[in-house]
Structure formats: C-alpha cells, structure tokens
Design a protein around this ligand. Structure first.
Ligand code: T3D
Length: 253
C-alpha cells in the first residue's frame, strides 16, 4: 500500500490471470483487508502481464466438471462475495485494465467504480462462447453502464470490444497508451484517496440504492446520507477552506 491506495494485482500471467479457487480466495481476502483498513482510502485492481483477467480458469473448471462438482458453487462461494464487496465497499475502486478482460474478468472490471484502459485492452463477454450465461454481476452492471440494448448485444453476440469502442460505449473512463495505464490509474486512485472518503462512501451507497428504488425513496436516502456528510470533519474543513479561498485538504474523517 502507498499513499492510502491499496493495489491488488492478479498475478497468474501465464494463464492470463484466470481465476482459480485459490486466486479467488486470495482476492476476496485482499479486498476484505483493504475494505476494513482505515488507512486505505482507495483501491486499485489490475493484472500482471498482458491480461487483466481471463475469467474462470477453464482448466480447473473442466476438472470440476469431470469430478461432477456443482457448477454454481464457485459463483456463490467466490464470485458473488467478491463482486458484492467491490460494489459496496465504502471506498472507491479503480480498475487498471492492462489487457484483455474476459468472462468473469470483465465482470470484475464492471464492478469497479472507475476503469482506466490500455489502448491494448479489450473486453470479451465470453460466457456464451462456452455455453454459459453471464455471472459475477455482469447482467446487473453492464446494462447500467451501457444500456439494455448494448448489454444484450455484447452478451449474446460475444464479440470482443476494443478499447476505443469501450470508451465510445462509456464502458471505460479513459484510454491511455499501454505503458501508462498503471500510472494513470494509480494517479486517479491517489486523487480519490485524497478526497472526501466518507462523502465517496455515501455516493457509492446512493448510486447503488437509486439503481433499484424509485425517486421518492432515493430522495429520502440522499437526505439521510447528507446528514451524515454534513457532520464530517471533511465537510466542515472544506467549507471553511472555501470561504478562506484555500484548497481543501480532506483527511477522510
Ligand atoms: O462455475 C463456473 O466456474 C462458472 C464461472 C464462469 C465465469 C467465467 O469467467 S466464464 C468465461 C471464462 N473465460 C473465457 O472463456 C475466456 C477464455 N480465454 C480466451 O478466450 C482467450 O484466451 C483470451 C481472449 C482471454 C485471450 O486470447 P489470446 O489469443 O490473447 O491468448 P491465448 O493464447 O488464448 O491464451 C494464452 C494462455 O492463457 C493460454 O495458455 P497456453 O496455451 O499458452 O498454455 C490459454 O490457455 C491461457 N488462458 C486464457 N484464458 C484462460 C486460460 N487458461 C485458463 N483459463 C482461462 N480462462
């Protein structure tokens, strides 16, 4: 961890950072540590080598099939808690998408708050290609990012989406040269870590709630969350700084 940013790197480059049970357990543990560590104010998720993440490790998956193990077990036990934590943790998560994000690897990227992509990155909704339906939250996140029509197209046709198209669709926040993706995403995460952490937590909560509730209910939650934000040190200090024509310094309290 540096500068209040916890960096988590998927590190199986020889298998495109595909996800074995061991990797998924380690990823969930790392996310839990980042979520509960008060020193951490933003999280950066990336992959080593030329892939972000190729989704489920298909060698392990084939072995599980062969052994007759329940297919949905890893979805319930591993993927769902990871995606729930990414989306609900009370600090922003930035994905540095250094290469291909396929299947559940794409789902992980979609569950992050911001996505910075390398020019060489691509998304592959690879589920249908192996006879599966989307999982790890992609049915929920993707249509919110790009709309129902495009989500249906991407999932049913499964054609890869390159970085330029991803930017056009609003799937990524920005696209940068390959050798700048980690630096750019780290700068963004650092900027968020220097921000009003509790207001960011409230922002994530309000957005998630508003996605599944009507406006009158969203208005009620917004007001409740604003009560909490108004009572923070950051709000008081930033208001004082504004009046003094000074730059605010947010401490996350
Ligand atoms: O119960 C459950 O488990 C369900 C959960 C499902 C969630 C899912 O994620 S389903 C989707 C699973 N993922 C995929 O279907 C993607 C499979 N991979 C690909 O389509 C391609 O590999 C890529 C588009 C990601 C990259 O293509 P390319 O041409 O750049 O590289 P490559 O040559 O295909 O792969 C390089 C190596 O990575 C290769 O190994 P090798 O031959 O050099 O030893 C390849 O086998 C390995 N690799 C890539 N993806 C996976 C993988 N190994 C295991 N699992 C993978 N998913």
């Amino acid at each position: 961890m540096t500068d209040a940013v916890a960096t988590i790197t998927l590190d199986r480059p020889e298998a495109m950072n595909s996800l074995t049970a061991e990797v998924k357990v380690a990823l969930l543990a790392a996310l839990r540590r980042a979520a509960s560590d008060q020193q951490v104010r933003a999280v950066l998720l990336t992959g080593s080598g030329r892939a972000f993440c190729a989704g489920q490790d298909l060698h392990e998956h084939a072995a599980n099939l062969e052994a007759g193990r329940g297919l949905a077990d890893t979805v319930r036990a591993h993927y769902n808690p990871i995606v729930e934590l990414l989306t609900t943790m009370d600090k922003p998560v930035v994905a540095a998408i250094n290469g291909v994000a396929a299947g559940a690897g794409a789902s992980l990227a979609f569950a992050c708050d911001l996505r910075v992509a390398s020019e060489k990155a691509k998304f592959a909704l690879a589920f249908a290609g192996i006879g599966l339906a989307p999982d790890s939250g992609a049915s929920w996140t993707l249509q919110r990012l790009v709309g129902l029509g495009r989500a249906s197209e991407l999932m049913l046709l499964g054609e890869p989406v390159d970085a330029a198209r991803a930017l056009e669709l609003g799937l990524v926040t920005r696209v940068v040269p390959a050798d700048e993706v980690l630096k750019t995403a780290a700068e963004l995460a650092r900027r968020l870590a220097d921000g009003p952490t509790r207001a960011f937590a409230a922002t994530k909560q309000a957005l998630a709630y508003a996605a599944t509730h009507a406006l009158p209910e969203a208005l009620i939650l917004e007001a409740d969350l604003q009560d909490e934000c108004v009572a923070t040190r950051d709000h008081l200090d930033a208001t004082t700084s504004f009046l003094a024509k000074e730059r605010p310094v947010f401490t996350g309290r």
